[in-house]
Design a protein around this ligand. Structure first.
Ligand code: FES
Ligand SMILES: [Fe+2]
Length: 377
């Protein structure tokens, strides 16, 4: 059994060509891989930042940390959403405090607290305090020789922003592939739904002890459902469900055992749809609630990730049924946390060099392949 023998886990590109081959285990447990992912995964692809409904007015902003970078995502004076590094062009101070999407800030300008350089919502440097206009403390320089700053030259560093409906994505690379290309059919499908008409209702943040890719892999298959999600599978015909795989996106379509009323859901199909979007975002559409959810699977380090679960309903005030629905969803998360933490305990022992994927884990294989492609790029 080669998968138990560490020496057999060759370079990743050679290892996972067969559908049954998983990404070798060391790509989950090695700290160098985690560092590499900051650049080759999170620095290269479109990553979900947050929801446009949370920053409807110009000047409203939230921060979003991706790898080592923290961005300010702000609605500009022209109504467009922009994103900048939360780093001052003067001497590199972090500028605004951490501000989650669920509790956005409001600013006419972005002011650095260190020496008060002030930028407009387009990122241009608008003003510097008096100490940058006079050279009273510098015997080698006359006041009139002090140079004026070029507003554009000293602008904030902006990053690419694009949207799918109200969902805002950012890309840290200089020259990214278009979001439409990375999203493929997902873009058209989500844009055909009235996602923007729903309001953010609640957020649950959890820290989980395992590599982020373990949870992503778990989300992408349902062979574990029968044994581990007893309550949830009661309403689902697992055998009639379908797992669809696209380039950077896969969908788990779950058919309901009994038809649920049409008004109950945002989409028309008689099913629940769970969309996974590479690298770390999911859109969850349930058959039993008029709303949708999103997960962000943010790595913290090799051994931990943060799951940010957001729920959107017609109204930001939850009804009793919606509250119950969120409770059920939370139960599902906790069941999965137990599974992935236990899997992580096994994986990090190093005993298993490479997992063996089953025929319904072709979605997991796609996820592992994308990781491989990113590492090789
Ligand atoms: S570092 Fe921001 S104003 Fe000096
Ligand atoms: Fe699960």
């Amino acid at each position: 059994m080669t998968q138990w023998d560490d020496s057999q886990a060759k370079a990743v590109s050679e290892d996972i060509t067969e559908k049954s081959n998983a990404l070798p285990a060391r790509y989950f447990t090695d700290d160098d891989v985690f560092e590499m992912e900051k650049d080759k995964v999170f620095g290269q692809y479109w990553v979900y930042a947050g929801h446009a409904n949370c920053i409807k007015e110009s000047g409203q902003y939230f921060t979003r940390t991706i790898g080592d970078r923290q961005l300010i995502v702000v609605r500009g004076h022209d109504g467009e959403v922009k994103a900048f590094d939360n780093v001052c062009a003067h001497r590199g101070s972090k500028m605004v405090e951490d501000t989650p999407m669920t509790d956005p800030g409001d600013a006419k300008r972005i002011k650095c607290p260190y020496h008060l350089w002030t930028y407009d919502l387009d990122g241009e440097l608008k003003s510097t305090p008096k100490s940058f206009e006079e050279a009273g403390l510098n015997p080698d320089l006359e006041d009139e020789d002090v140079q004026k700053f070029d507003a554009e030259e000293n602008a904030l560093n902006d990053v690419h922003v694009d949207t799918i409906g109200p969902l805002i994505f950012v890309n840290l690379s200089e020259d990214p592939m278009p979001l439409a290309e990375q999203a493929g059919v997902m873009k058209d499908r989500l844009e055909a739904l009235p996602l923007g008409e729903y309001e953010h209702a609640t957020r649950i943040v959890s820290e989980v002890e395992c590599n982020w890719k373990v949870f992503a892999s778990n989300y992408s298959e349902c062979d574990h459902c029968q044994a581990n999600h007893q309550d949830w599978i009661k309403g689902i015909s697992l055998n009639e469900s379908e797992l669809e795989v696209n380039d950077y996106h896969w969908v788990l379509h779950y058919t309901h055992a009994e038809d649920v009323e049409d008004e109950m859901r945002i989409h028309d199909e008689h099913e629940a749809q769970f969309h996974y979007f590479w690298p770390n975002f999911t859109v969850n559409m349930y058959g039993t609630a008029d709303g949708y959810g999103t997960y962000i699977i943010d790595p913290i380090d090799t051994n931990r990730f943060q799951l940010i679960a957001d729920y959107y309903f017609r109204d930001s005030e939850l009804s009793e049924e919606e509250r119950e629905f969120v409770r059920t969803s939370r139960q599902l998360q906790e069941e999965d946390f137990e599974l992935v933490e236990r899997q992580w305990e096994g994986l990090r022992t190093g005993a298993l060099a490479q997992a063996q994927l089953g025929p319904n884990e072709h979605t997991v294989h796609r996820f592992h392949q994308l990781a491989q492609e990113a590492y090789d790029s």
